[in-house]
Design a protein around this ligand. Sequence first.
Ligand code: SAM
Ligand code: SF4
Length: 351
Amino acid sequence: MNHAEITAWLRETDADRLAELWQSADRVRQQHVGDQVHLRGLIEVSNHCVRLCGYCGLRAENTSVKRYRMSADEVVACAEEAVERDYGTVVLQAGEDPMLSTDFISELIRRIKSSTPLAVTLSLGERSNEELAEWRTAGADRYLLRFETSNRMLYERIHPPRPGERSDRIAILHTLRELDYEVGGGVMIGIPGQTYDDLARDIELFGTLDLDMIGSGPYLVHPDTPLADPKNRPSASDDRQVPCDELTAYKVIALTRLVCPLANIPSTTALAVLDADAGWKFGLTRGANVIMPNVTPSKYRMLYDIYPGKAYTTEHIDVECINAIGRRIGVGRGDSPNYEKAACGLAIHLH
Ligand code: SAM
Ligand code: SF4
């Protein structure tokens, strides 16, 4: 699919045409990753963050957040709960928190991997190449790092670098690939100043980067962030600005599936915030094949306030819900078929 076609779909408003898009995405999903819906237990390990992202409630300067950091024992208990719920993966997510040291995370990975069959996904922000390598050696399987937008100027406005450094998430995604992680990226949809052309380029970049996991969700305004103030918002003219709505998020899921047929694609929590009853279901029937139920203890979950409404989403998706849409709960770790394809290609090559 070329740039013009992706842009045209992003702008499409005709319900019949959109029904064709949903059907194509669902067919491609069925053909390439099947009917299983993989469940990932999300553990929000710490809400401390050193960064100043203009969009996120966890940014360092937001003094209205009560900060927490879970102990290793608490994280392991959450992983055990994920096993009890039959999930195949846990995702350890946090703000960019230097107190989550290289050794602390390595030890945590080793404990989870030695006591459970779970795959471990990390989503800890921009960490050094040495740390990423060490965590892979400790047994981490996957790493999620959204590049947020491929428009470099917009990215620099909303995601300032740490002093003296350049933030280059795309370079980190390449490093993760070299370290043989399953690599996940994604973007926010409807960031102020994001144009349809930008978003089409984001989707094309998912394909170029050959990502194994792609999680994108609508940008949601957090009142205690710079982007909530119209004075600070980058702007695009009304007819070029991407809306941060549910429909556009479904279009992105569907187009991502068409561009990256073998990737694991979640129906994200931000979508469930916009439509608590049916967001997850529309995501799954328009290209997605993964759900990430939250297993963080509720006393911490309330404080992981990246955007309003997140703590109140219904995270409980059971077998009946999944079966009702003609799908079944995934068995095992649910590795990305895109990653397995690459591993298989390498094995054939070495033979
Ligand atoms: N700190 C790590 C990082 O930035 O990659 C992981 C945690 S961070 C909260 C995970 C993702 O939340 C970010 O990549 C961003 O896309 C998303 N996010 C943050 N603020 C958001 C907002 N206001 N609306 C929608 N998504 C948001
Ligand atoms: Fe920190 Fe991630 Fe939020 Fe940025 S998006 S402020 S890095 S938690």
